[in-house]
Design a protein around this ligand. Structure first.
Ligand code: SAM
Length: 226
């Protein structure tokens, strides 16, 4: 497994490889009943899930991270392997996926990591979660304008939303209004190529508090994006 990471200049210790192997086995085992990923072939999982999840790891600063729509655990679990001291919350609206994610946390003996079952647009309205994270991540959950309304309310002023995307030029243009209204500003966009596919990591800084009326709820984030 190590050589795949090295191919992308990612240095991984033997201890981390043990964790990735355990995770891969759990993913395959639970995928039979929980439909966690369409990708199961070993090399593909390592590159398209593990390496891909680590493309944004250098942008994970501070000690509280929330990952929205974690599904099978991407990018959250590989980030936690690399940043074991971070306090991690994984949010997903599907109970079975959260059950799987909590099993991974237990089996990999993660400290301060758990999955919560719920919807982003509801959880970010609670006092405990609103504007209380240093970083929020999300991959393959919604278009960027909708996604910003799901994610930016969780981020502290001064913190970051790190969006994992494919070729997102059109989405970035389309999301300018949402980013501004919700208190964000694009700080940088990192471009990568993974097995011939364009990958973009969009780093959005929270520069102002999100107005109380967002997220709007009732599916408006998706049906009528800002
Ligand atoms: N992030 C993972 C990945 O990249 O492999 C999973 C992506 S999967 C296509 C999208 C996930 O987001 C699903 O597991 C779904 O249940 C969850 N999801 C979608 N909308 C959500 C919302 N509003 N709040 C919480 N979870 C949501």
């Amino acid at each position: 497994m190590k050589s795949y990471f090295e191919k992308y200049s990612i240095e991984v210790s033997d201890e981390k490889i043990v964790l990735f192997e355990k995770y891969y086995n759990l993913l395959l085992e639970y995928n039979k009943k929980f439909n966690l990923t369409a990708i199961t072939e070993r090399e593909e999982v390592i590159i398209k899930h593990f390496v891909d999840s680590l493309l944004g790891v250098d942008n994970i600063v501070g000690n509280k991270l929330i990952d929205i729509g974690s599904g099978g655990g991407f990018p959250a679990i590989p980030i936690k392997v690399f940043k074991p001291d971070i306090m991690l919350i994984m949010l997903d609206s599907t109970g079975k996926k959260c059950e799987f994610l909590n099993t991974v946390c237990k089996e990999l003996e993660f400290k301060s990591a758990k999955a919560i079952c719920g919807r982003a647009e509801e959880l970010s309205r609670t006092a405990e979660y609103r504007e209380s994270f240093d970083v929020c991540t999300a991959r393959a959950v919604a278009r960027l304008n909708t996604l910003c309304e799901y994610t930016l309310p969780f981020v502290k002023v001064g913190g970051y939303f790190v969006a994992y995307k494919g070729d997102a030029e059109e989405e970035i243009t389309e999301a300018q209004n949402a980013i501004k209204i919700l208190g964000g500003k694009i700080e940088k966009i990192d471009n990568f190529e993974l097995e011939g596919a364009k990958r973009q990591i969009i780093v959005i800084k929270k520069i102002k508090s999100t107005p109380d009326k967002y997220p709007r709820g009732n599916g408006k984030e998706r049906k009528k994006p800002l």
